[in-house]
Design a protein around this ligand. Sequence first.
Ligand code: ADP
Ligand code: MG
Length: 399
Amino acid sequence: MSEQAWPDPDGVSRATEAFRAAFDAAPEQVWASPGRVNLVGEHTDYNGGLALPIALPHRTFAAIAPRSDRTVRLVSGLDDGHRWEGTLDDIRPGGVSDWVAYCAGPAWALREDGVELSGFDLALASCVPTGAGLSSSAAVECAVALALTSLAGESTDDDAARARLAALCVRAENEVAGAPTGGMDQATSLRAKAGHALLLDCRDDSVEHVALDLEAAGLALLVVDTRVHHSLADGQYGRRRTTCETAAARLGVTQLGDLDSIDTENGRQTALARLDGEEARRARHVLTEIARVREVVDAARAQDWTRMGTAMDASHESLRVDYEVSCVELDVAVEAARAAGALGARMTGGGFGGSAIALVPLDLTEQVAGAVTAAARERGLREPAFHVAVPSASGERVA
Ligand code: ADP
Ligand code: MG
């Protein structure tokens, strides 16, 4: 039923094989970094709020070897084995596009930050589904950033080094790939811990690891990949960001997340009451979503799974009604999962397609997946794919 993540030895041999086939040599190192799924705290990262993602067992593997010149050669499983070749100087905003921008962008960001790089050969192999809202983009960037940092002889061990790399990967995705990503994905790929969710405070970039052993609780986090992406909605993410910035400016704060420090519910309501229409709804989502992150953290600590499910349901409603980023495929999946016994379900990621998650009793996993598939079929929607999300480790060297 579920699409399996590759065990590390498989990923290593696939990336190594791809490297050999493309460059007729062996790589010097192989690094792997994961995709992520967000438990709760959606569209809060770029608003300076809280998010609670977990790293997936699905990883992108990057096999790399340094070169003595400034040439860069890249292959990725995505592009029919097509090989890109250029120089370090070609890698800059406007200099590369598509998958090459995601693979090579971190080299530009690292150099901008003063890291000395030589040319390199790089081959990628990935089992992170692309465009499913599970952050294949950050998995690529982070695997490459770790590998390049290591080749440059700098440490990637401590959390401060990881936080810096995450910020550089965000810069690469924003400026080289031209995608306005918020920062949660890269933080998860580089700073998460196995068996834990990552409580990320985007105001000061601090993290806390929250123990989350769903299996011991007899539960599974089922990921439903709707396998649709409504491309008509491509400008929507940027538009949501702009509306939030405008609303924050109107209220005299830097980011909407700053309103979270108003310590009474009444005070927050008074602030929100100064906004109208769309701005008011977007801001209400951001503030209530930040509160739901705290609720889910408390529920995880108390092992109160019903409470966690209820907060997940409320998050979906807020994203659907106030933030308006859901779509029929996500709504159908969420409703069918709940009706079949999920404790809670919500869309996850940016929205307009991509994935939903459902918190389900282990013995109902197949049943819930079957019900979601049946509901999609009945509505004439694309058949979804399923994964089980086990909180996994952040990026690391695997060979
Ligand atoms: P998501 O991160 O949710 O999967 P995005 O639209 O943010 O979706 O990123 C998808 C893009 O990331 C792909 O279109 C591709 O350009 C790049 N990408 C993802 N995986 C790989 C890979 N294995 N090799 C090269 N580029 C990749
Ligand atoms: Mg992405």
